[in-house]
Design a binder for this molecule. Structure first.
Ligand SMILES: Nc1nc2c(ncn2[C@@H]2O[C@H](COP(=O)(O)OP(=O)(O)OP(=O)(O)O)[C@@H](O)[C@H]2O)c(=O)[nH]1
Length: 614
């Protein structure tokens, strides 16, 4: 079975971790709130600090008038071997050991002011103090500001309510054991601590009543009715305490002597002698420690359940925002390539039909290109007038004898050059569709959302690659057009000569006697032959241009869009890779916090497993 030391020590450890992570309750069912604690509650000057110092056996708490305790002080007591030196440690100064307890008092004052400033404000951010001593029991107590009645100089009017709200936020928790300090020299009925305890713990199952200042009750009065449970009955027996008086404090009576004096007081007291074994700060410490250990043991299952639930929630959140990237360059390079592949998959789905977009490329070939070809000004270029002009210029001083070979060539070349416009327009149109698909693919790649720098690097690399593909495609389509000029299809013209005159003899068209062979008819015929040839070329290009564009741009985009990028990334050194994976700072901070909390909860679960099964 787990020992008391190990269980309370376990809770101390988890409590410290919670404070490091800023989990001191208040945000839903936090781990802190699931941990059993003992809260010390009492009115101003009720003797809270004196009880705590008696339990610790050391003078270490700040004293003074007005509100002294302005932040909760989580006091974790660790019993060490007899004869070992006592020392204290603060969570906010983990490397520093305090052997001088006067310095502990100063550190508490300074740390209080660090958060609340020199004002008399209060704050619910706890100060975590651990004391290691052979004269203590394993116990965690939370010292809270004294319940006060009136604001003093320098305090806001709301201070009374603020303090009560803070104290209430601790004692209302079902896991909080209430140490209610009431001065016996005042009517217990007016005790602020008992009033509050009755409110939040009506059955008294988690309230321990402590009566202080028994030694300065009015002569002839005693506290037996309360201490023997006849009035203000609680489930746990009241404990009477005699702390150092102010005179003792001023005389620097040390705590161990004070404890001895307290023991003698009860053993020699005519009223309380028969209760001596159940009175005094040492007995109170043991009673609380045993009770705390019992409560912790009962709460272990619910604490473990909460820890497991928190671990699952944190893991789910980490999965949602993405796990931290390992810092070694191999892992970073792997991550970058994985993210590139994720983008590439989305891009290919757009092209191959899994996602919309690829159809727009087909639309360029099926609508835009034919429409552009149709609009080419061949009618004007092959008008009889222009044919005559070109043929005459081509003949020079010697008119052609049979067929105007040069004229034909010039007319054909001139016509073919018109195809360059639609060819380049097709290349550009497909380029812009591909660029748009890159942009969409970047935004649709979920994994890339947390890496804005890498996303823009991939987009830049992809667009550079598309520019290269476009240049290559433009050269290729212009070459296709130029090839049509470089060698005319002889077969076409052979057939032309073999083909009977298609036109029915039309008296108007029939050659008139003494007709000029170079008449309109002649040139119209040339124009129509060239037009027929150009139509053939047009049909060829309408089919070959899309093939060239797909081959140079679409196929390359699918095969090697990021090849240059991969080569560049492979050559980058470590810090450059890290810079590519820089994330949204808020996201990184969020992930860091979650990772720390996850670590806390996993460590707590392991600690509990290690202790609970001993
Ligand atoms: N004679 C006697 N004096 C006591 C006893 N307990 C506390 N005092 C005195 O009462 C005064 C207040 O004691 P503290 O321990 O500071 O009380 P507190 O509740 O911590 O006060 P604040 O935190 O400042 O509100 C001090 O002068 C103590 O010396 C006691 O049992 N007997």
């Amino acid at each position: 079975m787990a020992t008391m030391k190990s269980l309370i020590g376990l809770i101390n450890k988890i409590q410290r971790a919670c404070t490091v992570l800023g989990d001191h309750g208040g945000e839903g069912m936090s781990l802190w709130e699931a941990l059993p604690t003992v809260a010390v509650v009492g009115g101003q000057s009720s003797g809270k600090s004196s009880v705590l110092e008696s339990v610790v056996g050391r003078d270490f708490l700040p004293r003074g008038s007005g509100i002294v305790t302005r932040r909760p002080l989580v006091l974790q007591l660790h019993k060490t071997e007899e004869g070992t030196t006592e020392y204290a440690e603060f969570l906010h100064a983990p490397k520093k050991r305090f052997a001088d307890f006067a310095a502990v008092r100063k550190e508490i004052e300074d740390e209080t002011d660090r958060i609340t400033g020199k004002s008399k404000q209060i704050s619910n951010i706890p100060i975590q103090l651990s004391i290691y001593s052979p004269n203590v029991v394993n116990l965690t107590l939370i010292d809270l500001p004294g319940l006060t009645k009136v604001a003093v100089e320098g305090q806001p009017d709301s201070i009374v309510q603020d303090i009560e709200n803070m104290v209430r936020s601790y004692v209302e928790k079902p896991n909080c054991i209430i140490l209610a300090i009431s001065p016996a020299n005042q009517d217990i009925a007016t005790s602020d601590a008992i009033k509050l305890a009755r409110e939040v713990d009506p059955t008294g199952e988690r309230t321990f009543g402590v009566a202080t200042k028994l030694d300065i009750m009015d002569k002839g009065t005693d506290c037996l009715d309360v201490l023997e449970g006849r009035s203000y009955r609680l489930q746990h027996p009241w404990v009477g305490i005699v702390n150092r008086s102010q005179a003792d404090i001023n005389k620097r009576v040390d705590m161990i002597a004070a404890r001895r004096k307290e023991r003698e007081y009860f053993e020699t007291s005519p009223e309380y002698g028969h209760l001596a074994s159940r009175m005094g700060s040492e007995y109170l410490a043991k009673l609380l420690s045993q009770h705390l250990e019992t409560v912790i043991r009962q709460k272990i299952p619910s604490i473990v359940a909460l820890i497991n639930k928190s671990i699952d929630e944190i893991n789910a959140e980490l999965d949602r925002i993405g796990r931290p990237i390992a810092v070694d360059s191999g892992a970073q390079l792997y991550t970058i390539l994985e993210l590139c592949r994720a983008f590439d998959r989305v891009f290919k789905e757009h092209l191959d039909g899994g996602r919309p977009g690829g159809d727009r490329i087909y639309g360029v070939f099926d609508h835009q290109l034919p429409a552009a070809l149709k609009k080419l000004p061949f009618d004007r270029h092959l008008s009889t007038k222009n044919v005559q002009k070109v043929v005459s210029e081509a003949d020079g001083y010697q008119p052609h004898l049979i067929a105007p070979e040069q004229g034909y060539r010039r007319l054909i070349d001139g016509s073919i050059s018109y195809f360059k416009g639609p060819a380049e327009a097709t290349v550009d149109a497909v380029h812009f569709v591909l660029k748009e698909l890159v942009r969409k693919s970047i935004s649709e790649t979920e994994e890339l959302k947390r890496f804005p720098t890498l996303a823009s690097d991939i987009a830049a690399a992809a667009n550079e690659a598309l520019e290269r593909f476009r240049d290559e495609s433009r050269k290729t389509v212009l070459r296709l057009v130029d090839m049509e000029s470089s060698y005319l299809t002889v077969e076409f013209f052979r057939k032309l000569h073999l083909e009977p005159e298609k036109e029915k003899p039309n008296p108007r068209n029939a050659p008139q006697p003494n007709a000029d062979p170079y008449s309109d008819n002649h040139f119209r015929k040339i124009g129509s032959n060239v037009s027929a040839y150009i139509n053939m070329v047009c049909d060829t290009l309408r089919n070959s241009l899309p093939k060239a564009v797909v081959y140079c741009q679409v196929r390359e985009a699918k095969r090697s869009l990021l090849n240059f990028f991969y080569a560049q990334v492979g050559r980058k050194e470590k810090e450059k890779l890290g810079a590519m994976l820089d994330e949204d700072p808020q996201l990184m901070e969020r992930r860091g916090t979650l990772a720390k909390r996850l670590e806390l909860y996993k460590q707590a679960r392991d600690d509990i497993d290690a202790v609970a099964w001993k």
